[in-house]
Design a protein around this ligand. Structure first.
Ligand code: 0RA
Length: 645
């Protein structure tokens, strides 16, 4: 990594200037969206700058505070944003950094930085989208301050006295006319990202404080992980049983590419490889991940052959994925000019990175295996078992296919399909129970809404092998109805074949319902992850109460609305009746349509994964074997921590 010298940065290094009008006009173009995700993106943009200071070796402490008034305060002990005059613009550097688009060292090779948000748009966008924005800079022994409103300078740079520290304090209040859905910062969303950043950057400590929380214990967290990725993998595998005594840590630099990796095998059956480029989660993988996979396969294979662990005449054929069953890994690389590709622009394209990762991982893993023959043997035995299970699964798959061909048309008997065949405009309701399924079938709009009733609890895929999963009837029905297959690879799961672009989970609003929903989400997340990542999965929200007054029926989705309706009815002195829906089955088809299925009036909650590592942790903890971490997790997170539903 290039380390910039303390004095070699000048205001004139900042190039490419453009005003902020464009950002306010089309905010989504810069921060992705103007919903909850975009709102939290603002914090990441600022913190990424502090992390850059840490990467350059100038910062080791970052404090993030959610203030009582809903604003954010982000403090770091970096060098402070430069304040010297820009020779051509006649403005202080800080003003250029904060009021001009694309201004910043990032576009300058000499003082390059490797971090940056997904969009890497810079802190000026945060300024543009804030009602007010203040910067306090401690630099060269002086406290400098500047203030802005909606990106426009309000208070010019002033000298506020002396300091013996260096660093930057940014405070801002998101503009509610931009963030029309919500301006409320969520502790858990921020916490997940700060924890992730702390794992990825062991040199920093990140403190998170929520001033809105009365209990100071609950509103405070400090993240610092000396072990870095090793600690990250241990954290992810907390409720899994490891095969290696502790994660294997591999790190170094090849051809100017810093590579950092931790891996651990566990007794589960899923593959959890999380990868990062410049602290950005590359969900779609890319060249760094292929390099890692190739090295892993090559290294284990050659060790096994050399030591006669896999007999050369052995019947099972081992494929790449067998080496990754029950593997938890975090791979982090730093790339000077990353090329992002793929559907969600989270796939690394730089070809030089593949060989860099492959060479390094191959060498260091070989060394580890040579030095730890007992562990090596255990791992390879597990790989062989995985290959055998895969063979069994292949047979089970063929069976599923044969069965669906035999049942005619290939679709499950319980499915009430829609009449149009255009996936983009088709939706499927996965409904808990046959009786609710019946109401849904009668209440639906059959042209574009399909119904698949599910009976009882579906299998917990977190604890089952792939062949058992394929034998499960409810899972078979879902797989055939959705039409895209299941599995991790493109051959196994083909998104182009997906028959519905909205997959809507409709369960009762009780404990069982939420358990079934979690089981379904676990299944989708583990075996059809793309449909979750691309935003095809939704949760239906049936009402909790029905308030009847004569012919007039009202619905309430929460206690507050119910109480309000009751109050109004009491005022008008009308007779009324309040009933609580215990299950979907209690609604007649018409009520179900009106409240939960009619696109004009229903509310669907989109399931998104803000943080893949966090989601992995959540599912393994909620659905795994270990009771203690599960209880603790539920107590801490009450609801879904990372699934923003
Ligand atoms: C531009 C150039 C340099 C640092 C920064 C911006 C910077 C921005 C932020 C935002 C929050 N904290 C920050 N810390 C630094 C390089 C500074 C130098 O070379 O002295």
């Amino acid at each position: 990594m290039a380390t910039t010298n303390k004095n070699d940065y000048k205001a004139s290094n900042i190039q490419v200037l453009e005003g902020l009008e464009a950002v306010r006009k089309r905010p989504a173009m810069y921060i992705g969206d103007t919903g909850q995700r975009g709102l939290h993106h603002l914090i990441n943009e600022v913190v990424d700058n502090s992390i850059d200071e840490a990467l350059a070796g100038h910062c080791d402490y970052i404090t993030v505070v959610i203030k009582n008034d809903g604003s954010m305060e982000i403090t770091d002990n970096g060098r402070g944003i430069p304040v010297d005059m820009h020779p051509k613009l006649g403005l202080p550097a800080v003003e250029v950094v904060l009021t001009k688009l694309h201004a910043g060292g990032k576009f300058d090779k000499d003082s390059y930085k490797v971090s940056g948000g997904l969009h890497g748009v810079g802190v000026s966008c945060v300024n543009a989208l804030s009602t007010w924005f203040n910067a306090e800079i401690h630099r060269d022994g002086v406290i400098h301050k500047m203030g802005f409103e909606k990106g426009i300078t309000h208070t010019s740079l002033v000298n506020q006295g002396k300091t013996d520290k260096t660093g930057t304090i940014i405070t801002f209040l998101p503009d509610p006319t931009i963030f029309t859905q919500t301006t409320e910062f969520k502790f858990n969303i921020i916490a997940d990202r700060m924890r992730e950043l702390a794992f990825l950057n062991p040199e920093v400590t990140i403190e998170l404080i929520d001033e809105r929380e009365d209990d100071p214990e609950l509103g405070k967290a400090i993240y610092h992980y000396e072990g870095g990725l090793k600690d990250f993998v241990s954290y992810l595998d907390e409720s899994r049983e490891g095969i290696t005594p502790e994660p294997i840590h591999i790190s170094g630099e090849v051809e100017g590419v810093p590579v950092d990796l931790a891996i651990q095998y566990n007794t589960s059956y899923s593959e959890n490889v999380h990868s990062y480029v410049n602290n950005i989660n590359t969900r779609e993988g890319g060249t760094h991940v292929s390099g890692f996979r190739r090295a892993l396969t090559r290294s284990l294979k050659s060790y096994a052959e050399k030591n006669n662990i896999i007999k050369s005449g052995s019947k099972v054929s081992i494929s790449g994925e067998d080496f990754r069953e029950g593997l938890t890994a975090v791979l982090s690389v730093k790339v000077a000019e990353p090329q992002f590709e793929g559907q969600t622009k989270t796939k690394l394209g730089n070809s030089e990175v593949q060989s860099a990762v492959e060479v390094m991982v191959y060498d260091q893993l070989n060394e580890y295996l040579e030095q730890n023959p007992k562990i090596a043997k255990k791992v390879i035995e597990k790989v062989v078992l995985a290959a055998e299970a895969r063979e069994a699964a292949r047979k089970a798959r063929q069976l599923v296919q044969r069965k669906s061909v035999m049942s005619g048309g290939g679709l499950p008997g319980k499915l009430a399909d829609c009449s149009i065949k255009d996936p983009e405009h088709s939706e499927i309701y996965l409904v808990e129970g046959d009786s609710a399924g019946g109401s849904a079938k009668m209440g639906r709009n059959r042209s574009f809404q399909a119904i698949l009733p599910l009976r009882g609890k579906i299998l917990n895929v977190e604890k089952a092998k792939i062949n058992k999963i394929l034998e499960n009837r409810e899972i078979q029905a879902m797989v055939t109805a959705l039409g895209a297959g299941l599995g991790y690879s493109e051959e196994e799961f083909d998104l182009d074949k997906l028959r519905y672009h909205k997959i809507i989970i409709m369960t009762d609003a009780d404990v069982d319902g939420s358990h079934i929903r979690t089981l379904l989400l676990t299944f989708f997340y583990r075996y059809m992850r793309l449909i979750v990542e691309l935003g095809h999965v939704y949760i239906a929200t049936p009402p909790l109460y029905r308030i009847t007054a004569g012919k007039n029926i009202d619905y309430a989705w929460d206690d507050e609305t119910r109480d309000k309706l009751i109050k109004e009815l009491k005022k008008s002195k009308r007779k009324f009746d309040v009933s609580r829906y215990k299950g979907l089955g209690e609604m007649n088809p018409n009520q179900l349509w009106e409240t939960t299925m009619d696109p004009e009036t229903r509310t669907l909650q989109l399931v998104t994964i803000e943080n893949a590592a966090g989601a992995d942790k959540m599912f393994s903890t909620l659905m795994g074997d270990d009771v203690t971490p599960r209880r603790e997790f539920i107590e801490r997170n009450a609801k879904y921590a990372n699934l923003d539903i």
